[in-house]
Write a protein that binds this ligand. Structure first.
Ligand code: NZQ
Ligand code: ZN
Length: 387
């Protein structure tokens, strides 16, 4: 087990009606609030009304910034940060999924910075200050509501990178499963795929003696498979949505990766794909992950076999580790296909013409991944296998 320091300061308020705590939480940081949201789903499902009513009842001064796009853009964050500066905003509330929350993280840092906030994303500068912010989550997937990560797209250079700073931890997050009932089937599937992928990224690592973490990851995956299969057909089931919401938070809030470095190469490859083609993050993951597994399995077949047995119920009797592992990967593909996740780049009309470009972007910052340290040629091969 690797040494680690764990510190996660995010206050979670989970369950139906928790939005009633919103005004009180925000007032701890000031009265002048900016509400950040996406393309308008919150205006159709009642979440906007709930949020605005609590803020009004709480006597807060409210400003709005809507229109954050999926795969949030640098220019959007800059525009919202300018508004924060002009309106002397004290605190921000992000209302939405991972994109709105990730964008809010950059807005919060950019509001206290005079340069181009892309500097933070490419590590040319380190944030020295930021506005405080909270979140009202409407889509379970990224765990951005309880981590310090943020993924931003620079549409001009077609780059999409993750970045982090301790300022990126929300002060609090409100997680009401009823707010996720309006998430359409395809985005619900994306949430399942993304959460499972976070656990895979954590699970494949070079650490030894990690039985406790392994079992938590393996059992979390079993729950995601069984609950995921049900929730896509029962979107208004509170209990199923609640389980998915908790699982989404745990996927990437740091608990499951204590003592593990993890891999994260598939996320790097996917960010390169969605930087060039602007496809949903999890759509890319569901195509790339099984191919990454097949390509890297030789590094530790026993590990892949353990996953196949403990998460996918593969019977290993009389089989080699390689055979067991391959059966597990097939079961993963079957599960994702059964809930409607894409399986090939062709599903997004992506052909082989930009594979070199995507591989270059993925490998531009050094080896792709930690468990499997892939170079550009490896990425080219995995992308070709994904066509
Ligand atoms: O824009 P609105 O109108 O809100 O609609 C969104 C969007 O179209 C919609 N939606 C959200 N909640 C809804 C809803 N529709 C109906 N009812 C609701 N309750 O869903 C669409 C997708 O939303 P988005 O926020 O883009 O999805 P997600 O949460 O999957 O976030 C994806 C982004 O997060 C990044 C990804 O790369 C991508 O840019 N990631 C962030 C991570 C992090 N911060 O730790 C880690 C992840 O691995 C990931 O890379
Ligand atoms: Zn992800």
């Amino acid at each position: 087990m690797d040494n680690f320091i764990f510190h996660n300061p995010v206050k979670l308020m989970f369950g139906k009606g928790q939005v009633s705590n919103l005004a009180g939480e925000l007032k701890k940081y000031g009265n002048n609030v900016l509400v950040v949201y996406g393309g308008g789903s919150i205006k159709k499902n009642g979440v906007y009304e709930d949020v605005m009513n609590t803020l009004k009842d709480g006597g807060l001064t409210v400003h709005e910034f809507g229109g954050v796009e999926p795969n949030p853009r640098l220019t959007t964050a800059i525009a919202a940060a300018d508004l924060c500066k002009r309106a002397n905003i004290d605190v921000i509330i992000a209302v939405g999924g991972g994109s709105v929350i990730d964008c809010t993280k950059l807005i919060a840092c950019a509001a206290k910075y005079d340069g181009n906030p892309w500097d933070f994303v490419v590590q040319k500068a380190v944030p020295q200050d930021a506005l405080p912010f909270g979140t009202v989550l409407t889509l379970s997937a990224t765990s951005s509501e309880m981590n310090a990560g943020s993924v931003i797209t620079n549409e001009e250079t077609q780059e999409k990178y993750g970045w982090g700073t301790p300022f990126n931890y929300p002060k609090f997050s409100i997680l009401d499963p009823t707010y996720t009932m309006s998430v359409p089937r395809d985005q619900t599937v994306n949430g399942i795929v993304d959460t499972m992928s976070h656990i895979f990224e954590e699970y494949f690592n070079e650490s030894s003696n990690t039985p406790f973490q392994d079992e938590m990851c393996e059992s979390a995956l079993r729950t995601l498979i069984s609950t995921g299969a049900e929730v896509v057909d029962n979107p208004n089931d509170y209990d199923l949505r609640a389980t998915m919401m908790l699982a989404g938070v745990w996927g990437l809030n740091g608990f499951l990766r204590m003592g593990y470095a993890g891999d994260w190469g598939t996320h790097e490859m996917e960010h390169a794909v969605s930087a060039v083609y602007d496809i949903p993050h999890a759509g890319g993951l569901s195509i790339l992950f099984p191919q990454w597994m097949r390509y890297t399995m030789h590094l530790n077949p026993q590990r892949f076999a353990q996953l196949a047995i403990n998460s996918f119920g593969v019977d290993a009797t009389g089989k080699s580790d390689e055979e067991t592992a391959l059966e597990g990967i097939s079961k993963l593909e079957e599960f994702w296909a059964s809930i409607g996740a894409p399986g090939k780049l062709a599903d997004f009309d992506i052909d082989g013409s930009k594979i070199e470009l995507m591989a270059e972007k993925a490998a531009s910052r050094g080896p792709v991944g930690n468990f499997a340290k892939l170079g550009k040629d490896d990425v080219v091969q995995i992308l070709k296998n994904s066509l």
